[in-house]
Design a protein around this ligand. Sequence first.
Ligand SMILES: [Zn+2]
Length: 303
Amino acid sequence: MRIILSLITFITFSFSFDYKLEPIKINDNSYYFYGKKEYFSPTNGGNISNSAFIITNNSVILIDTGTTVEYTEQVKQAIKKITDKPIKYIINTHHHPDHFLGNNAFDKDVKIFATSYTHEEIKSHGDLYITNMAHLIKDASYTTRLRIPTELLDKKNMNFDGYELEFYYLNGHTKDDLVIVDKKTKTIYVSDLIFNERALATPHADFKKWIKSLEFVKNLDFKILLPGHGKVEYSIDVIDENIEYLKFIDELLTNSAIEGLDIFEIINDTEVPEKFKKYAMFEEEFERTIINHYPKYERKVKK
Ligand SMILES: [Zn+2]
């Protein structure tokens, strides 16, 4: 009987996928979970982006909830080992599936913040993203259900249980990319406006707007920068390199359209600077970027 009972306990508390999450310290009261520099797969369970948490006087603020509810359940357990304060606030930085699909791991009393555009996109495309994830990562995604953000984020400053955060509503990676500034620790959480040593994902990008947003981020007063993908950074070099990459892509597409090149020629014959080629996911993202964005540049030239 005891064996059966312990077996039931084991089944109840085990997960079909073990994310092996280890919180990494960012500053005195904040940590992040590092996402692998890979594409969604059954082997990584969709753990491809960073999430972070800030501990306030009597609560925890979680920034982004990963790709699956199972991931976020394990995030909750990992946070419990660091603090017994409850997670009361969630912030979804933008509408990409690796940043909000874990929302449903929380009860109704947990407030989930997002901007109105991000809210609308999650509402309209959330279920489609879940179906897509079932194909891409299999088992780890099967318990994921859609949970739409509950609170509108539109203020410059917000106070979470006495803990002040500043918000900047930028764009370019998507139409609405959130940058969170913690003035107290001089930490900025820049979501997917920055990819560190990983090729930039661009399915909803506007390169010129993205560059403009990064020029803005460069002028923020910070010491620590947490990107959406790749490890934490301490200098503006990573911002400059992302700007350089975006300018490279924008100029490549513009010039190729003027010269009348086709997509195959761009993908196969472009001389890519070595430092970009070394990025994780370079080939996949470069190809995806050219295929997605080139037609727009061709149309512009034909006008
Ligand atoms: Zn994104």
